[in-house]
Design a protein around this ligand. Structure first.
Ligand code: FMN
Length: 357
């Protein structure tokens, strides 16, 4: 199952050490300005090899548009995009060819499909998320037309929590930190883990501004359920919180409810969603990433023949996947919203009449 969305729908293909990966995005209304520079800028935010806080695998992540665009505008037909892999080192994986890396998807992929693509984890690798960012950039171009803004940053690394959500600062920060005062501590935690051949977990925050009221399709395609689905489909994500999230369970009703005035909601504990439908407030979602499974410390595991062996990895891995993962989460949010915008257009007869009368 490699497709996501109902009307604004994308499909990704490709593996970590294959020739290329990419996506096909379908359902894009015709006449949307496709700004290739913007798509590339989005790719560059996620791309590996940029600094000491990410894997040293250095990929250009250049996107090539193959179809669906004519003279800079979408034609209403599928947009296919391809990203060629340039910097694979499959040799790094030969010593673990038959082993299952603890914490990675090797074990389950092998048991499910009976094939061990040991080269960087094959399709289970987060290399696939490059294609999501390309698709997400198209979604963002559509959201921009409606002045809907999606942004993200890192609010926690190795338990070091941001006290503010400064998205402008996050744009400049090498680790997308949302808090200037915590950035150095968070950076230190990543570098220490790296020095110790270990890894750390982290939390990303995705924020949406100017979301119209009414997005979300109850019952089984509610906005929050699709956001959770989208975020949980990202590699290494172990939890998703909407608004105050898990904290709400330990609050009283009066404290948790967002009172309403003629000018709007007084607070936003709900994270902008009520009954699975956007309420016009900011949408706030926290995404919890586990530490990178591939670490360079000796661990116990088994091989494909069930022999107990030691696992000692070589290669290049992110010490904290939450950092680049935050860009992927932002892209997935844009993709969910683009889909919901199109779906919501048929919610009322008056909308249909506006188009056909
Ligand atoms: N896992 C690794 O072992 N090494 C990596 O370099 C690595 N890079 C990642 C980069 C990003 C942007 C993301 C979001 C995840 C990355 N992961 C990496 C995580 C694994 O892909 C993921 O943990 C693995 O597929 C197992 O899936 P699960 O953690 O969702 O259960």
């Amino acid at each position: 199952m490699n497709s996501f969305g109902q009307k604004f729908r994308f499909t990704t293909f490709g593996e970590s050490h294959g020739k290329a990966l990419g996506c096909i995005v379908d359902g894009i209304p015709a006449g949307l300005k496709i700004d290739e520079t913007f798509i590339q800028e989005e790719m560059d935010r996620r791309k590996p090899g940029k600094n000491a806080f990410a894997t040293a695998r250095s990929e250009g992540d250049k996107v090539e548009i193959l179809s669906g665009v004519f003279e800079g505008l979408s034609t209403g037909t599928p947009i296919a995009m391809v990203i060629f892999n340039e910097n694979q080192k499959s040799k790094d994986y030969t010593n673990i060819k038959d082993l299952f890396r603890p914490g990675h998807a090797d074990f389950t992929y092998f048991h499910k499909y009976g094939i061990r693509d040991y080269r960087g984890g094959g399709r289970s690798s987060a290399r696939e998320t490059a294609a999501r960012v390309a698709a997400g950039a198209i979604a963002k171009l559509m959201l921009n037309e409606l002045n809907i803004k999606v942004q993200s940053g890192i609010c926690e690394i190795d338990g070091i929590k941001a006290s503010k959500a400064d998205f402008e600062f996050a744009k400049k920060s090498e680790i997308f930190s949302l808090d200037k005062d915590k950035e150095d501590f968070q950076k230190e935690a990543v570098l220490n883990a790296k020095k110790e051949h270990n890894s750390v977990g982290g939390v990303a925050l995705v924020n949406v501004k100017n979301c119209p009221i009414g997005l979300g399709e109850p019952m089984y395609f509610k906005l929050d359920s699709q956001i959770a689905n989208a975020m949980m489909s990202i590699n290494a994500v172990k939890g998703v919180e909407i608004g105050d999230g898990f904290e709400s369970a330990s609050k009283k009703g009066l404290e948790n409810n967002d009172e309403i005035r003629s000018t709007g909601f007084k607070t936003n504990h709900s994270g902008g969603i009520l009954g699975g439908i956007s309420n016009g407030e900011d949408i706030n979602v926290k995404i919890y990433f586990k530490p990178t499974p591939s670490i360079f410390l000796k661990q116990e595991t088994i091989d494909i023949n069930n022999n107990e062996v030691d696992c000692e990895l070589k290669g290049r891995h992110d010490p904290c996947v939450a950092i680049r993962g935050s860009v992927v989460a932002e892209s997935m949010m844009a993709l969910v919203l683009a889909d919901m915008l199109l779906l919501n257009m048929s919610s009322k007869i008056e909308n249909i009449k506006k188009v056909y009368n």
